[in-house]
Design a protein around this ligand. Structure first.
Ligand code: GDD
Ligand code: MN
Length: 382
């Protein structure tokens, strides 16, 4: 038991229901994953930066193993301006931000990182720009006069600029730093866009700007991107993939999802694995063709499952015992997919006896089936 848990249950519910609703002017949404040390520091800094403003902070934690949620709860027991959301079985920066914003009733919401790399002293300026109606979105920018990203190493700086260039050109985004994770906006504007936003990936601001298609009046407020003092960055090489996925989805009006493309890509590596296994079992182990072909299919399904679990569904990765259950379900899905594949190919061949048209139609049917059913039965949303 800690010093706060004693006072927590003594809430006077009657007084609460009769009290006027308390809605702060500004909610600061902070996604966290393993930021135990940083949350308290950030809270103190917010307290200083936002004096005179009615504010709250909502930490959205994806069940961090380091117990970030416990620290948040302790803070909340001391100070009513602190709220926490603990998400279980889900990972993702964008999704966490979206849930945090939707949990707020304040007219203005800000998103910032927990690791003190964003400059909280810019929040009052952002708020002022929104309050006087000058803008609906205030972007913390490293790439306008007065801002900087000099804490980046060369590689990260290069990637950031490249991605910014691609986003600005392909998605016709005009702000200088759409990759920024630091911004403030009107909550009612966000609510309008929320159903179309992607919960996968890191690029929530880019998603908001691209989805709004230029209707959000925007200002950019310069800030210096600091260095992380405690804990580690969670950005890895997968971020590049997430970014491409978002660009693709926005360019095609959500018709093509990166998940489907990855699934199909993994499927085509399965073909290579299948042929290699066939070669080994047939030529080196001298198995009869039918057995060798079955081995090939079995090995290919297994490697496909592993790759999909690592890449395509990395945000819903199966672990522990669930891997075995998922693998068996995947074998089942793919076996039925094969029947669908052959069935469609036969039907098309009946009408149009061109081998590759029929073959391709069958394969397409197979991959669409496998994709749809895998999403339902193997990597189902918990
Ligand atoms: N809830 C939740 N779930 N939070 C997460 C997750 C997650 O899966 N991954 C990261 N976070 C939190 C971190 O705890 C941190 O507070 C914040 O999101 C940013 O994560 P970092 O891992 O520190 O990212 P970064 O510093 O490398 O990248 C930042 O700067 C980029 C600009 O170059 C982020 O703000 C990016 O969004 C931004 O594009
Ligand atoms: Mn960071």
């Amino acid at each position: 038991m800690n010093e706060y848990s004693i006072s927590a249950p003594q809430i006077d519910f009657k007084a609460r229901t009769e009290a006027a609703p308390y809605i702060p002017l500004l909610s600061v949404i902070v996604p966290t994953f393993n930021e135990r040390v940083n949350v308290t520091k950030l809270f103190d800094k917010l307290g200083h930066a936002l004096t005179g403003i009615d504010w709250e902070v909502i930490f959205v934690d994806d069940n961090s193993p380091d117990g970030t949620s416990d620290v948040v709860r302790d803070l909340a027991a001391r100070d009513a301006r602190v709220r926490g959301i603990r998400r279980i079985g889900r990972r993702g920066l964008s999704g966490a931000c979206i849930e945090g914003i939707l949990a707020s009733s304040s007219p203005f919401v800000a998103v910032m990182d927990a690791d003190l790399q964003h400059d909280e002293t810019q929040l009052p300026k952002m708020l002022a720009a929104l309050r006087d109606g000058q803008a609906e979105l205030a972007v913390g920018s490293r790439y306008v006069e007065g801002g900087s990203a000099d804490s980046f190493d060369k590689q990260r700086a290069g990637f950031s600029l490249l991605a910014t260039g691609i986003a600005r050109r392909l998605l016709q985004v005009s702000v200088s730093d759409p990759m920024s994770g630091f911004f403030m906006m009107r909550r009612d504007r966000f609510e309008e866009l929320a159903p179309q936003l992607s919960t996968q990936g890191f690029k929530i601001l880019l998603d908001i700007i691209a989805t709004a298609r230029g209707v959000l009046r925007t200002v950019e407020i310069p800030y210096r991107f600091g260095s992380r003092l405690h804990g580690e960055s969670k950005l890895d090489s997968m971020v590049a993939l997430d970014f491409l996925g978002l660009v693709l989805a926005k360019l095609t009006n959500d018709a093509v999802s990166l998940r489907f493309l990855l699934f199909a890509l993994v499927g085509s590596t399965g073909l290579a694995v299948h042929l290699a296994t066939l070669f080994v079992t047939l030529k080196l182990l001298n198995l009869p063709f039918a057995e060798a072909q079955a081995c090939g299919a079995f090995v290919a399904m297994t490697t496909n499952f592993i790759l999909n679990n690592f890449l395509t569904y990395r945000d819903q990765r199966l672990k522990g015992f669930a891997v075995l259950r998922g693998l068996l379900a995947f074998y089942f899905v793919c076996s039925v997919g094969l029947l669908a594949n052959v069935g469609v190919a036969f039907a098309v061949y009946d009408h149009e006896p061109t081998w590759w048209v029929a073959g391709a139609a069958g394969a397409l049917m197979g991959v669409v089936w496998n994709y749809a059913m895998s999403g339902l039965l193997v990597w189902r949303k918990r």
